[in-house]
Write a protein that binds this ligand. Structure first.
Ligand code: ADP
Ligand code: MG
Length: 250
């Protein structure tokens, strides 16, 4: 079914976002609106500020200047309940960050039990549904150390989903994986996108971006240099720097 992005409600509205680390201006006047159901992929060279951008959105970093609105609520307002916000705007990291001394199902149920006040039985039933969805129902009782990287990342995605996020941020979710494990994670992400999940994905997987993104953003040097539909960015990039970056992937 064709998505109707243009008329969907605005989920995130970011304007003039800047982040400095001392004299290092890492994000410069970044503007981005993400609408419900939209999949935005962010590409760009290492050091261009992609992670910092996601970390600012998730409030893991405090922006130096600019505005972030989530469903018309000012995220940078000091009265914001950060934990409640992060339940709605979840994040999946390159390094999974599973709890090593908890088995798979406990990794998934911990936050729903403590933060969403679910009963253990309800949280476990839901966790099992999510594990089935990411193809890991048979791993529910094992510890992270016995999982492959691709399996760990799929558990991390199930854990994020257990909080019923409105929007998920992914920071290079497959960059730490052996090449043969990348596909299984991307498939889970594509399924999520097909189900209508709103996603902002920093990735070097150009074929994923081309296939799944509604919009592709090219960042370099702390700026959004160019953005557009995947066909526009990949087949007919306008900016010379976008062209140069993409040439490496041909
Ligand atoms: P990317 O994810 O695109 O590779 P990053 O957002 O990680 O880029 O980093 C952008 C720039 O910000 C880099 O120059 C990096 O060294 C710098 N940087 C990132 N995090 C910090 C930090 N916590 N303190 C100081 N500098 C940082
Ligand atoms: Mg990064």
């Amino acid at each position: 079914m064709e998505k109707m992005i243009e008329t969907a409600p605005k989920m995130l509205e970011i304007s003039n976002l800047s982040k400095n680390y001392g004299q290092n201006h890492v994000l410069k006047d970044v503007n981005l609106t993400v609408r419900q159901g939209e999949v935005v992929c962010i590409i760009g060279p290492s050091g261009s500020g992609k992670s910092t951008f996601l970390r600012c959105i998730n409030l893991l970093e405090q922006p130096t200047a600019g505005k972030i609105y989530y469903r018309e609520k000012n995220v940078l307002d000091h009265s914001l309940n950060v934990s409640a916000y992060r339940q709605k705007v979840g994040m999946v990291f390159q390094g999974y960050y599973l709890f090593a001394f908890k088995n798979v199902i406990d990794n998934i149920t911990m936050a729903p039990i403590s933060l969403l006040k679910k009963s253990r039985a309800e949280a476990e039933e839901e966790a099992l549904t999510l594990l089935t969805k990411v193809g890991l129902a048979n791993k529910k009782l094992v510890y992270p150390a016995s999982l492959s990287g691709g399996q760990k990342q799929r558990v991390a995605i199930a854990r994020a989903l257990a909080m019923h996020p409105d929007l998920l941020l992914f920071d290079e979710p497959t960059s730490a994986l052996d090449p043969e494990l990348v596909g299984e994670v991307l498939k889970v992400m594509k399924n999520l996108a097909d189900e209508g999940m709103t996603m902002v994905v920093v990735t070097h997987e150009m074929s994923f971006a081309r296939e799944v993104a509604d919009r592709v953003i090219f960042m370099e040097g702390g700026y959004i240099v160019e953005q557009g539909k995947p066909t526009e960015i990949f087949e007919n990039p306008q900016n010379e720097r976008t062209q140069k970056f993409l040439a490496r992937y041909l």
